[in-house]
Every structure is written in structure tokens, then in C-alpha cells.
Design a protein around this ligand. Structure first.
Ligand SMILES: [Zn+2]
Length: 257
């Protein structure tokens, strides 16, 4: 027996399926991430697909079948048209949605995550055009916030081992263990911490900023090349260590035109 239901969501990704259909991965408010089939979505006169391929929050009418969820109706609730002002902004949106798709499992309801993704798209919709450097910084900041929401919040203030507050210049970074470790703890157990890496105070400050500030404030700090390189390296090492699937493109070059 098929059941019809309504839900609100944001399309994360799509892939072609069978001869003329398409499968959409959608982050919904009420059911977490779901996959749904749009019949005939690749035909020239398809009615539903234009609404599903434009970045927006949509109201969906879905048929819950024995094998698949199939979309029966779609209505735009909120459009993020400002994303299409610039190629860089659309690239950031694309990669953010892809990160959410890669980092989440189906049917795990998380309203905070839903709100965070929606707020990010609203921010980007209103934001001025971004340089590729700023875009990459913003994308990695989103990745840090996403990691936190998924349960991998990096420890940026207290030593992972002794729990004491770390002092400037007296710590290393360990992506797999998820945070900073003080020099004394490394000295005490070199074997355990042998893969800990040096991280500068400025990079740690930038990571704290990216993790704690609102999206709009990410447009403020001045970005310098060397600090950014280390910042991206640290965020990407966290993704590699904790994400179920690793993004195909590194975040630092994802927004290069
Ligand atoms: Zn310590």
C-alpha cells in the first residue's frame, strides 16, 4: 500500500536513474535525509524537475511506496536566487550541499542541521560576491560547523589528554583524535602522539573564529595566504578522519574558477 505525505526540504544532490528518471537526495525537516525518485524528470517537458534543480526550500508531496519514495508534487517555499548572482557563490552552495549529503545518513532527523543549512543558504543568498579565497574560507568554516553538528566538534581550547587549557605556541594538532594536545603530554607519551602536527596560534585562532562566529561574520577577517593554507589543511584532515565519504575535491580549490 502506498502512503502520501508532505514534507519540507532542500535538495542536496541528484543523479540520473533509468532511462528518463532522476533520483534526488533531499534534506528534510521532518524525516532527515531521504532519497526520492522523480519520474520522467529528464524529459524536456518535465514539470517537477525545474523546481527541484533550483536551490530553494521546497514543499514536497511524496508517495511512500514499497521500494521507493516518489515525488508527486513540489512547490517552492523560499528561493535563494542571490546564489546565482555569481559563479563563486553558486559553487560554494553546491559544495556545501554536497558536504551535507556526504556527511549524513538517511532518515536521521536533525532539526539543528536543517536550520544550519537553511541559514547558510540565506547568508549566501544575501552575501556580496566572494573572491575564491573568501569562498574557500567560508566553505571550510561550514565544514567545521557541520563536523560539530555531526558529533565531531574539534577541541580547540583544552588539551585532549590532560584537559588543561593550552598555551600559545605550546601545543600540537591531531586530526584523527580531533583536537589540540599540549607539549607536556606529547613529551610524556611520544608514541601515542607521534602523528600530531605543529599548528600556529594564528591558525588555531582562525579555526576558533570559523567555528563560533555567525556566517555573516565570516566575511570580516583579513585572510593571509600562509595561515589559510594551514587552516585548510587542518579542516581537511578532520574531514578525512571523520567523514563516512571524503569529498572528491579539496575544499581549498573547490571554489576556484
Ligand atoms: Zn596535556
Amino acid at each position: 500500500m502506498s502512503i502520501l505525505y508532505h514534507t519540507t526540504g532542500i535538495v542536496l544532490s541528484k543523479r540520473d536513474w533509468r532511462e528518463s528518471d532522476r533520483v534526488y537526495s533531499v534534506l528534510t525537516q521532518e524525516h532527515g535525509k531521504i532519497e526520492m525518485v522523480a519520474r520522467g524528470a529528464r524529459k524536456p517537458l518535465a514539470k517537477l524537475s525545474p523546481h527541484l534543480e533550483f536551490c530553494a526550500e521546497v514543499e514536497l508531496l511524496i508517495v511512500h511506496g514499497r521500494v521507493h519514495e516518489t515525488v508527486a508534487g513540489v512547490e517552492r517555499k523560499r528561493s535563494f536566487v542571490g546564489l546565482y548572482d555569481s559563479l563563486t557563490k553558486s559553487l560554494v552552495a553546491h559544495h556545501v550541499l554536497q558536504l551535507v549529503d556526504l556527511g549524513t545518513h538517511e532518515r536521521e532527523v536533525d532539526r539543528f542541521l536543517y536550520e544550519e543549512v537553511k541559514n547558510f543558504l540565506i547568508f549566501l543568498h544575501k552575501a556580496p560576491d566572494l573572491t575564491s579565497e573568501r569562498a574557500a574560507f567560508v566553505l571550510s568554516a561550514f565544514a567545521l560547523k557541520l563536523l560539530s553538528l555531526l558529533g565531531y566538534r574539534p577541541e580547540l581550547n583544552f588539551c585532549l589528554q590532560c584537559l588543561n587549557q593550552i598555551k600559545p605556541g605550546e601545543f600540537h594538532w591531531h586530526a584523527l583524535k580531533g583536537g589540540v594536545v599540549c607539549r607536556a603530554c606529547i613529551e610524556a607519551d611520544k608514541e601515542q602522539w607521534f602523528s600530531a602536527r605543529l599548528l600556529s596560534d594564528d591558525v588555531l585562532k582562525l579555526m576558533r573564529f570559523a567555528l563560533s562566529e555567525r556566517f555573516a561574520d565570516l566575511l570580516r577577517p583579513r585572510l593571509s595566504g600562509e595561515i589559510l593554507d594551514q587552516y585548510h589543511e587542518a579542516v581537511e584532515a578532520l574531514l578525512v578522519a571523520h567523514f563516512p565519504t571524503i569529498p572528491a575535491t579539496t575544499l581549498r580549490v573547490a571554489c576556484n574558477l
